[in-house]
Design a binder for this molecule. Structure first.
Ligand SMILES: Nc1nc2c(c(=O)[nH]1)N[C@H]1C(S)=C(S)[C@@H](COP(=O)(O)OP(=O)(O)OC[C@H]3O[C@@H](n4cnc5c(=O)[nH]c(N)nc54)[C@H](O)[C@@H]3O)O[C@H]1N2
Ligand SMILES: Nc1nc2c(c(=O)[nH]1)N[C@H]1C(S)=C(S)[C@@H](COP(=O)(O)OP(=O)(O)OC[C@H]3O[C@@H](n4cnc5c(=O)[nH]c(N)nc54)[C@H](O)[C@@H]3O)O[C@H]1N2
Ligand SMILES: [Mo]
Length: 681
């Protein structure tokens, strides 16, 4: 691989490329990348043949299952599994065939509240709204920074130019964020909002819509239930009642409500900032409520539903697998199940606490929980208590260094690529498939091949089924699903070969489709779980919260915790700094650039501070995914030279949305003080 360049002919990106993509070259050639299975005995590592590794892992898993039952096995599926087509087509089988409640994925520190809102309001967690930015006249954006993140729960290349398009059309973008972000700079207006207060702000918006007679249900009026309940629920939340809690003036809330309703096509979009907080469930629900009662649900320029080539929403309707919530609860903390998984905040205690149902084995696929989980040091100290830890990962990193076995798959351009999961939230109906550019070596295995072999050796899949599945590589499954999908008839039949042949296909902008997905179901505006949770918000509004509030930050050249071994992506200045408002610094006698002590209820770190009025007074911001230097036993030789502490030393597993179980990574109370040494410098 000599260079990576954007492709101007690409139907979707049109020549836009994310800076992280350049880092793929470094990962591809990375001498630290693992290519053969590793086995750890104490602190020594030994390379194994695949045959032997599968044999040993299979045997150990079988023995554990026999002795303690399936529920002693926990599985974590990390973020990259969402972008790995084989992990989705084949990985899920393992996930489902081992009868354990201990399934964990990154979504419980990410988008779970959005899925829960869809499940509760539309009856299906896969019916996910996507903001139709390209045709909207008014975008109200909360807790998202798509110019840096590349868009999330919304797939749109070159978000910056799309946002600029809204303003060029004479529209407006209002960003509500405790930090004036890179995306806020594309907005016509940015307002600070106090972390964790979005649900109160949104209830006040709803309140004004009712009070001023602006509620307009539009085309879907006859399908909506609970309008009166919503009016009653929001009646206590006048803008004047919430302004102090939110840090947004009542007059501004009233004005925004009016603007939102007066715009021809408006959409409210909220992302991780509204999800990974104390009231993630309420906030995600209220975003869809606001879109619904302003007549912007399933309408052009509003919150729409993508008819993806592989139509996972419709497939889940047809198969009746619409998702679930709270069918059962976790053993130790009594946390609700969602879609057959427990929230990640439950895992450490489930390993630590003995008794029937204790987690004794962990299979981690494409995850780095020792950096990415809330209170990650606690998980780190729980991991050695496991009887077996198997990691499927390309690196020996901060987490996998604790594994008994690391099974390293092929990576990136050695794989066929299709965005099976995220295409459902694409802002256009596109089909793009990238053939692998490098043929894997004989001694390498794809993620999906590793899964199949594990199922077989563990005894969850018969040899016959495993060998049949082996003849069905991910691309064949994608092809079959495309043919039966909604575009199967597009230009004489959409199939993988036609997509590949054309270099990708664009089948146009989003089209209204919610009624087809809902079938006979209605839209529940006020599902009981939310009505009940509002009481918790009311009491939080009276609380005093001393100290500063910590929020996160994503940086353009980081990808959560795992691309810092790329020299290209980590060149230049230290990006893992604590942003602090000058007023807060003055009060604490803290100078720009000095190293400060940051303490929370769970841990403390030392970090360099950068003063800026881009953060709200009372709020400090620190990116996650760093902390490599603290882990000398990791095999990431370059990452270990990258500065920056692990933000998740500060986040607590006790901080989660009581409704959904989603980790509250944002909104942790911290105390920041000058370090004695920094005076001497
Ligand atoms: N404080 C704080 N913490 C956060 C967040 C935050 O905003 N603030 N964000 C949260 C969010 S949204 C997420 S999604 C999580 C992410 O956290 P994780 O799910 O733990 O994912 P990553 O940190 O991205 O680590 C990915 C791992 O996958 C490996 N990998 C990469 N590609 C492949 C592949 O193709 N196959 C395999 N088998 N392995 C691969 C990498 O080596 C790495 O070990 O972090 C969460 N943690
Ligand atoms: N470059 C880069 N891109 C990424 C990633 C990465 O690590 N680096 N990670 C990927 C992943 S896994 C994900 S899930 C997506 C996430 O995509 P986004 O959700 O767009 O991610 P963030 O940049 O974390 O944006 C969250 C915003 O919420 C704000 N915020 C924090 N707390 C609150 C609050 O209580 N209320 C409000 N209103 N705002 C708040 C933060 O200041 C921040 O601006 O990004 C993906 N893209
Ligand atoms: Mo994420």
């Amino acid at each position: 691989m000599t260079s990576i360049r954007p492709d101007p002919a690409d139907v979707f990106s049109k020549g836009y490329i994310c800076p992280k993509a350049f880092g793929l070259q470094d990962v591809h050639h990375d001498p630290d990348r693992l290519r053969m299975p590793l086995k750890r005995t104490g602190s020594t590592w030994e390379e194994l043949s695949w045959e032997q590794a599968f044999d040993e892992v299979g045997q150990k898993l079988r023995a554990l299952r026999k002795e303690h039952g399936d529920e002693c096995v926990a599985i974590y599926q990390g973020n990259p599994t969402v972008h790995n087509v084989g992990a989705l087509t084949h990985g899920q089988v393992f996930f489902q065939s081992i009868k354990t409640p201990h399934r964990y994925t990154a979504q419980s520190m990410d988008n779970l509240p959005h899925g829960l809102a869809s499940l509760s309001m539309f009856g299906n967690q896969a019916i996910l709204p996507v903001p139709d930015f390209d045709r909207s006249d008014y975008v109200l954006m909360l807790g998202a920074n798509p110019v840096v993140s590349g868009g999330s729960a919304m797939i749109a290349p070159n978000v910056g130019s799309r946002l600029r398009g809204v303003l060029d059309r004479g529209g407006a973008i209002v960003a509500l964020d405790p930090r004036r972000t890179e995306s806020s700079r594309f907005a016509s207006e940015h307002l600070f909002i106090r972390p964790g207060s979005d649900s109160a702000f949104l209830l006040a918006m709803v309140h004004v819509l009712f009070e001023e007679g602006r509620v307009a249900l539009g085309r879907l009026a006859s399908r909506m239930r609970g309008v009166d309940a919503l009016r009653t629920l929001s009646s206590k939340f006048s803008p004047e009642t919430v302004e102090a809690f939110c840090g947004v003036d009542a007059a501004n809330i009233r004005r925004l409500a009016a603007e939102f309703c007066e715009a021809k096509r408006a959409v409210c979009y909220g992302r991780i900032g509204v999800c990974t907080q104390r009231f993630g469930g309420l906030s995600a629900w209220l975003i869809t409520v606001l879109n619904a009662i302003s007549g912007n649900l399933d309408e052009v320029g509003g919150a729409m539903f993508c008819k993806a080539p592989v139509d996972l929403a419709m497939l889940s309707e047809r198969t009746g697998m619409r998702g679930s919530f709270d069918r059962y609860r976790s053993r130790v903390q009594n946390l609700p199940e969602y879609g057959g998984e427990f929230p990640v905040v439950a895992l450490a205690a489930e390993i630590e606490t003995s008794g029937p149902g204790q987690v004794r084995a962990l299979i981690s696929h494409a995850g780095n929980p020792v950096l990415s989980f809330p209170d990650s040091p606690r998980l780190e100290s729980a991991i050695p208590k496991l009887e077996l830890f198997v990691a499927i990962d390309i690196y020996k990193n901060e987490t996998t260094r604790y594994a008994d076995y690391i099974l390293p798959p092929t990576f990136g351009l050695e794989n066929d690529h299709y965005e099976l999961a995220t295409q459902v939230v694409s802002v256009r109906q596109v089909a793009r498939f990238s053939r692998k550019l490098f043929v894997r070596g004989d001694s390498q295995r794809h993620d999906w091949e590793i899964f199949l072999e594990l199922y077989r050796r563990t005894g969850v899949l018969s040899s016959l089924k495993a060998s049949l599945a082996k003849r069905l590589p991910p691309r064949r499954i994608v092809d079959a699903l495309m043919r039966i999908g909604p575009h199967g008839a597009f230009r004489g039949g959409l199939r993988l070969a036609s997509v590949v042949g054309a270099g990708g296909l664009d089948m146009g902008p989003l089209e209204p489709r919610l009624e087809a997905l809902l079938g006979r179901r209605n839209i529940e505006l006020v599902p009981a779980i939310y009505a009940k949770d509002v009481a918790r918000l009311v009491s939080a509004m009276q609380e005093e919260r001393p100290g500063l509030t910590l929020i996160g930050r994503r940086t353009l050249r980081s990808n959560n915790s795992w691309m810092h071994n790329s020299p290209q992506l980590t060149a230049g200045k230290n990006r893992c700094v604590l942003l602090m408002h000058p007023e807060d610094a003055l009060e604490r006698n803290i100078d720009n650039g000095s190293v400060v002590d940051v303490a929370s209820s769970t841990g403390r770190i030392a970090v360099a501070v950068a003063l800026t009025d881009d953060v709200m007074p009372g709020v400090v911001s620190l990116p996650h995914g760093f902390g490599h230097q603290e882990h000398v036993a990791s095999g990431l030789r370059h990452a270990k030279t990258v500065a920056g502490p692990n933000a998740n030393r500060l986040t607590s597993v006790e901080a989660y949305d009581r409704l959904s179980g989603t980790a509250a990574l944002s909104g942790q109370v911290v105390h920041v003080s000058r370090l004695p040494q920094s005076t001497e410098d």
